[in-house]
Design a protein around this ligand. Sequence first.
Ligand SMILES: Cc1cc2nc3c(=O)[nH]c(=O)nc-3n(C[C@H](O)[C@H](O)[C@H](O)COP(=O)(O)OP(=O)(O)OC[C@H]3O[C@@H](n4cnc5c(N)ncnc54)[C@H](O)[C@@H]3O)c2cc1C
Length: 341
Amino acid sequence: MRTVVIGGGLAGLSAAIQLAADGDEVLLVESRKSLGGCVRIRESREWVLDPGLHLLHRRGAFYQFLRKLRAPRVLGPKWRSDDFFTIGQTRDSGLSALTEMRPYSKLKPPREFVIPYGGWTGLVGRLVAAANQLGVVYEIESTVESINLQKGRVISVTVEGNTIECDYIVIAASPFDTVRLLENAGLNVSDLESCTPHMVAALDVAIEGKMMRPYSGLYEPISGIIAIDVSSEGRIPENRHSDECAIIHAVHLKKDGEEALEEIKNFLDSRCSGWRKLSTLRRSTASILLHPCELEQRVDGAQYIDNGIVLAGAHVISESVLSDAAIETGRAAAKLLKNHR
Ligand SMILES: Cc1cc2nc3c(=O)[nH]c(=O)nc-3n(C[C@H](O)[C@H](O)[C@H](O)COP(=O)(O)OP(=O)(O)OC[C@H]3O[C@@H](n4cnc5c(N)ncnc54)[C@H](O)[C@@H]3O)c2cc1C
């Protein structure tokens, strides 16, 4: 079967791997210059300073998938969740917020998180290597402009003006890009249209000092600011020790924009004083998509299966959240197609 996967983020890559492992001919189309989606690689002067928080749940879908792909070296050390401090509330309430990256999470928090050695670089690289081994073909910097149906069934996609025939499609793009493609194909998109994005501000700083000690992270429920130290071997320059420096990732879970970035900096001033003076690298992102929708807005990934289309991504119903949801729904999309044939 010829299957086109639209989107080269975590959901698209995991779908492509699973489809190719099940024997499909897979073409993955990604509109940006590189694979990885919203976790694009950002390294600077030997510090791995990716945007946003970088923890994996030890028992989550992503970690388990990487183990299956035999990638123990990219997984990294345990993050000290016992040293996470929630200001004015229980540690567990803060760990729930961290797990889901939402201020009012009710999730039971996992206790075990790991810091990937090479940040997202290593994780995405391992997925790409697995896809290569299985013969997945890519079209990078190419956008799927339309999905073409005949008698209600997918027959092809149009990529940069070229028609590519296919039997099935996995759409692993954001709900907004998905709406555009499905609407143009004449399909009902009312579920997807109700997805409201959750944008946040994030600040990433490499610091020549351990300002947050003795904590591994801090969460202030009132402001909604979360900051964690994710320094570890592989993420810091070789001549430094993780006891002497920090990589702090801080996210404002309630707001985005310049004002939110200022609030993050003020929070760090009050809790990690001296960080400004000792910071060697900083990256701030005023507005970044953290969640494509609220939990209750998630959509059924199988709703277009009779058209030969399935959906994947964190906006599709699953047991997981964040990167785990992207991986889980990507693999589930491939399995849905396999069972439907
Ligand atoms: C600040 C921040 C911090 C985070 N921290 C964590 C964390 O600590 N732990 C964790 O587990 N998760 C975290 N996440 C969440 C995690 O990164 C995302 O849930 C996950 O990467 C989403 O992957 P995806 O494949 O569903 O979507 P995306 O990464 O958005 O991928 C979709 C891809 O589709 C492509 N595309 C769209 N339309 C088309 C088209 N027509 N043709 C071709 N290509 C197209 C886009 O270019 C994009 O690359 C964080 C996210 C952010 C933003």
